[in-house]
Design a protein. Sequence first.
Length: 131
Amino acid sequence: IKKMVKYFEAEKTEKLVKMSSELSEEMAWGFSDYDEYCEQQIESSRERIEDEVGSIKKISYEIYSVEKMSKDEIKEAKDYFDDYDIKFSADKVYKVSLNLTIKGSKETKDYYTSLLVLKENGDWKLYNGGY
């Protein structure tokens, strides 16, 4: 999460794309170029935030909840996604809820969000699927 915040603040979109879960790619239906899709989503998020706070000066975060999915819950998720031919190969999954404080040129604002942190093929990845 620390890297995600750092990369978003520094506009390092390509690094954010590399951090995204394969589930993110599977859920990007109808898009032939996943990297381009991610770049558009990240840019859209930045624009929306900058409309509210001005140009982003600093982002900090506070994690206020971490929930580990049990092995049974992970198996349930795999079965669910299998029904839709969506690849889900995470071995460990955590739902992380956090507060992002974004200081902009006009104002500072808090954004509350949740995302999944997944261990896929030995690497930790992120998925923000509207949790």
